[in-house]
Design a protein around this ligand. Structure first.
Ligand code: SF4
Ligand code: SF4
Length: 74
């Protein structure tokens, strides 16, 4: 299985949590700490399970997610 990396910009995130439902591999969850806007952003709880499928990236309305395909796995 190819390996990816996902980065959440927790200050851009508005806490809609759509990305958590969109991830087929359980990589994301809700953070336990608020950002400066007072919302609980998405949090990468299981980074090793990310396959760079980009489902989370596609559903994010605020472009708060960046997905990388790890080198050598293209
Ligand atoms: S979809 Fe985007 S805005 Fe919504 S919780 Fe995830 S990162 Fe935040
Ligand atoms: S790229 Fe795919 S596997 Fe990785 S966190 Fe996003 S939805 Fe989950």
């Amino acid at each position: 299985m190819r390996k990816g990396s996902v980065i959440i910009d927790r200050e851009m995130c508005k806490g809609c949590l759509l990305c958590i439902r969109a991830c087929p591999f359980g990589v994301l969850t809700e953070d336990t700490e608020m950002n400066t806007a007072g919302v609980y952003p998405a949090f990468v709880k299981n980074p090793d399970a990310c396959t760079a499928c980009s489902s989370c990236y596609r559903v994010c309305p605020d472009c708060a997610i960046t997905v990388y395909l790890d080198e050598g796995d293209a």
